[in-house]
Design a protein around this ligand. Structure first.
Ligand code: TPP
Length: 655
């Protein structure tokens, strides 16, 4: 049965003339034991919520996953799809891509990310089990990780969180083949992975990964552990290949006809390419059916729940928002319109969460050790601990990257909506995971506070300058930068409603006045940019601003108007939502004032769509500095006076 994986992997890589045969050939025994004897997975219903999750963190070994899913009988992965490995629009992309076929639980390829996702999946499982009971939620998360996965820094964050939270249903199978691309691992690594995992609070063991009985015994023991488990499975990369086995040569390119012929001989595999003997195919199919009864029993248990409980569980798995949320936010917006609070948007975010979290039990908050700064812990939110997963707040520790990858895993698992915080400047520490959330279209909400030089005294190391532009460059990510408490509530609503997109919500440390002072039933931020203050007559200046600089834009409007010009102010809480508006709206909003000016305490890049090449920009051109923030706005010239002077100079030059 393992040789079927090896043969399919060799054949598909050969047909594609690219790919990685080495890992599937080496790890075939591990996958065979796991999928045929242990994994709770029903190929006839591969999205069944209580299935075990399997993450191929070493995504370059994608043919391992495709072969196994095909052999088990997952319909989408026909033999023709395997023949189309790495071809346009196939289910079998170079690296496993979420949503290309069921059974691909997450997109992997950037090493270490899958391991981070798996930690989040295991956390989500514990949270939902605590809420709905183990009758309904009781599954494991398995990971196949390579040397590369464990060399990446993110693995440190992932395994230490998992150890700390004692995620005992998380089992990592380490493909310990001691080879990476450059050659033997000894070129670059001399650590002891077993000792390392043990130090992080895991149960870890070392076995012969080519011995199926040893693998089975180790997985059984791992299942019984009260801690997460890592099994270092010593394997031979490219197992069976006569000259390339055990060498980096079997890693990243087709083996070639001669080597494949030799491997077929050594493995005793006589079938032609892409053919699996009937008895072996049957054995896989029968193994694929092993979970059908388990799933049917689960369906009975779900059906036995009260209508309310079942309805709630199903809603959560579908990812629909609760009914009361929109009404609660509308009420809250009414309150804001009357109270007009002058607060930092990070505080406004906390106020919004105080409204959202009681109505939406699926939100799971957190912070990377900046809870009091990020304001992500709303009233009465209890923290999750290793002994108690009934809480809804996660202290991620100083582990931004691990946190972001785990949040992706939580969202992929389903049933929860993860959000968590750090400083905007440290979005760089999360970026590889944010990118994968965007690529996979996952609803993960990154709360990023201290969003400009406005944070003041912590200085340039902590002051984001280029991060907004860098995040706006990422496809399928909404970057919100609300201007006051009202916009913050609207942006939160939009982030929650964006079921197929991650969001970054950039928030200030410093207080901001209310710029939206009347109630609007519509979510004005939903269009990404809208006219906040109209001109008196035909506008001669359009000022575009986001977040904390909207206040400055409004003050500049008054100054320019005092000189007799007509000025309008456009608030721009989200570039991406604006880009998605129809052309009429965009054209009308951009307007045709002779002078366009944008204000943002960040670099100019990304503002071209509003102000074009000729537009004026008031913002940053380099790094910030350490001082009280009022002085910094003066020093860097981000003031209403500077904005007004620039606009008036342009207006009068035009005359
Ligand atoms: C973050 C990241 N860096 C680099 C790569 C490119 N890459 C793909 S596989 C690999 C290492 C392969 O070694 P190992 O992880 O031991 O896998 P094996 O050789 O066992 O297949 C590298 C560097 C990657 N996929 N992700």
């Amino acid at each position: 049965m393992a040789n079927a994986i090896r043969a399919l992997a060799m054949d598909a890589v050969e047909a594609a003339k690219s790919g990685h045969p080495g890992l599937p050939m080496g790890a075939a025994d591990i996958a065979t034991v796991l999928f045929t004897r242990f994994l709770k997975f029903d190929p006839t219903d591969p999205r069944w919520p209580d299935r075990d999750r399997f993450v191929l963190s070493a995504g370059h070994g994608s043919m391992l996953l495709y072969s196994v899913l095909h052999l088990l009988g997952v319909e989408a992965l026909t033999i023709d799809e395997l023949k189309r490995f790495r071809q346009l629009d196939s289910a079998t992309a170079g690296h496993p891509e979420y949503n290309h076929a069921p059974g691909i639980e997450t997109t992997t390829g950037p090493l270490g990310q899958g391991l981070g996702n798996a930690v989040g999946m295991a956390i989500a499982e514990r949270i939902l089990a605590a809420e709905f009971g183990e009758e309904i939620v009781d599954h494991r998360t398995y990971v196949l990780a390579s040397d590369g996965d464990l060399m990446e820094g993110i693995s440190h964050e992932a395994i230490s969180i998992a150890g700390h939270l004692r995620l005992h249903k998380l089992i990592v199978l380490f493909d310990d083949n001691a080879v990476s691309i450059d050659g033997p691992l000894s070129l670059a690594e001399s650590g002891d992975q077993v000792a390392r995992f043990e130090a992080a609070g895991w149960n870890a063991s070392r076995i012969d990964g080519q011995n199926q009985e040893e693998i089975a015994v180790a997985i059984k023991a791992a299942q019984e552990s009260d801690r997460p488990s890592m099994i270092a499975c010593r394997t031979t990369i490219g197992f069976g290949a006569p000259t390339k086995a055990g060498k980096a040569a079997s890693h990243g390119s087709p083996l070639g006809a001669e080597e494949i012929a030799g491997a077929r001989k050594a493995l005793g595999w006589t079938s032609p390419p892409f053919e699996v003997p009937a008895d072996i195919r049957d054995a896989w199919r029968i193994a694929g059916l092993k979970t059908v009864h388990t799933r049917k029993d689960w369906e009975k248990r779900l059906a036995a729940l009260s209508d309310d409980r079942r309805g709630e569980f199903e809603r959560r798995i579908r990812g629909d928002l609760p009914n009361g949320l929109a009404a609660a936010l509308a009420d809250y917006k009414r309150t804001l319109a009357s109270e007009k609070p002058k607060v930092a948007t990070r505080k406004a975010s906390e106020m919004a969460l105080d409204v959202i979290n009681p109505v939406a039990p699926e939100t799971i908050g957190g912070s990377a050790d900046l809870t009091g700064s990020n304001n992500t812990r709303s009233k009465n939110m209890k923290a999750i601990t290793a002994d108690d997963f009934t809480g809804r707040f996660i202290h991620w520790g100083v582990r931004e990257h691990g946190m972001a990858a785990a949040m992706n895993g939580m969202a992929l698992h389903g049933g929860v909506i993860p959000y968590s915080g750090t400083f905007l400047v440290f979005s760089d520490y999360c970026r590889p995971s944010i990118r994968l959330a965007a690529l996979m279209g996952q609803r993960v909400i990154f709360v990023m506070t201290h969003d400009s030089i406005g944070l003041g005294e912590d200085g340039p190391t902590h002051q984001p300058v280029e991060q907004l532009a860098a995040l706006r460059a990422m496809p399928n990510l909404n970057v919100f930068r609300p201007a006051d408490a009202m916009e913050t509530a609207e942006c939160w609503q939009l982030a929650l409603e964006s079921a197929n997109r991650p969001s970054v919500i950039a928030l200030t440390r410093q207080n901001l006045p209310a710029v939206r002072t009347t109630f609007a039933a519509d979510n004005l931020s939903a269009r990404g940019a809208y006219e906040l203050a109209a001109a008196n007559g035909d506008a001669e200046v359009s000022i575009f601003a986001s977040g904390s600089e909207v206040e400055i834009a409004l003050a500049a409007k008054s100054l320019i108007e005092a000189r007799g010009f007509a000025v309008r102010v456009v608030s721009v809480p989200c570039f991406e939502l604006f880009a998605g508006q129809d052309e009429d709206y965009r054209t009308e909003l951009l307007g045709n004032a002779p002078v366009n000016l944008a204000i943002e305490a960040a670099v100019r890049q990304s503002w071209a769509r509003f102000i074009g090449r000729e537009g004026l920009f008031i913002g940053m051109t380099g790094f910030g500095a350490s001082a009280p923030y009022g002085q910094l706005y003066e020093k860097f010239g981000i003031t209403a006076e500077a904005a007004a002077a620039a606009a008036i100079e342009r207006l009068t030059a035009n005359v």
